[in-house]
Design a protein around this ligand. Structure first.
Ligand code: P6P
Length: 280
């Protein structure tokens, strides 16, 4: 696993450079879920695939930016699904973005994830690694230094409500309104990585990207967005659900499948489960 973490650390240093100097224009291509790819997306993916190809323990990789699984080492132990630069369109407005990694064994599906990593490119570059616990590292003078463990409180006060609001189910809208009426603060940048990182570091709250009338299966991709953060939030003492069950119980059928998703402290997720159960 350390050889994978070292590759991710190296990628972060190279991607930081690309964010600061690279071309943020649109490419001619779309990814597997129909998003227009920025040249930055493709360039970050090239960096990561090149680094992962040198790691013998990696059997195969799945990238948001590539249609198919890429086989690397037939005797490798780990499978990695990653989003090279999530929220890349935010670079143009100088907001934080991130890379997300799910590390799996045997098969690409929720209950086979064994570790997750994400890197936040913001005012500072930070990396969060979830294995048995959740550890925060910060890039200082070219090296990632351990800063602290991350633990969620039972209840927080931040609310990050995603997706198209005029396509929300009535019970979802009522729940979000009730949460704000309880005094929660709105914290939503449109970047999953900084939005979820903030809730983790500020002790808790709720991030939601539900199924909607325009996207019944949600927007966020299971293997390289939803499951890595579900694993992180559970290891930090919180929960991650699709409104009815643990996200990590979902059986992936296609490598670019999406899922409605809720991540948060126990109090907030229990509130979601109650509302969704009443409206099942
Ligand atoms: P919306 C970025 O494109 C992304 O995939 C996530 O980082 C983010 O949480 C979500 O989409 C934002 O989507 O519909 O709120 O713009």
């Amino acid at each position: 696993m350390n050889d994978i973490l070292n590759a991710i650390k190296q990628s972060a240093i190279e991607i930081k450079e690309l964010i600061e100097t690279g071309d943020t224009g649109k490419s001619e291509n779309q990814n597997a879920t129909g998003d227009t790819q920025l040249k930055l997306d493709i360039a970050c993916d090239v960096i990561l695939e090149k680094l992962f190809a040198k790691v013998p323990s990696i059997k195969a990789i799945v990238s948001e930016e590539q249609e198919e699984i890429v086989e690397l080492n037939k005797d490798g132990k780990y499978l990695i699904a990653y989003d090279p630069l999530d929220g890349s369109s935010l670079v143009d407005v100088n907001l934080s973005v991130g890379s997300i990694f799910g590390i799996y064994e045997n098969d690409f599906t929720g209950n086979n994830i064994v570790a997750s990593v994400y890197v936040v490119f913001g005012p500072r570059v930070e990396m969060v690694v979830a294995q048995d616990d959740v550890k925060l590292y910060r890039l200082l003078k070219g090296k990632f230094e351990f800063i602290q463990n991350i633990v969620l409180k039972e209840k927080g006060n931040l609310n990050a409500p995603g997706s198209t609001q005029n396509c929300w189910a009535p019970h979802h809208k009522a729940m979000i309104d009730d949460i704000f009426n309880d005094g929660y603060r709105l914290r939503y940048s449109g970047g999953m990585v900084p939005d979820l990182h903030q809730i983790l570091l500020k002790g808790g709250g709720l991030f939601s990207y539900p199924g909607t009338s325009d996207k019944p299966k949600g927007k966020l991709r299971q293997l390289f967005e939803v499951f890595p953060f579900a694993y992180t939030y559970e290891k930090a003492g919180g929960q991650a659900s699709d409104g009815f069950k643990r996200l990590l119980e979902i059986k992936t059928s296609h490598i670019h499948d999406t899922s409605p998703c809720f991540f948060g402290s126990n109090s907030e997720i229990n509130r979601v489960l109650k509302v969704y159960k009443e409206h099942a």
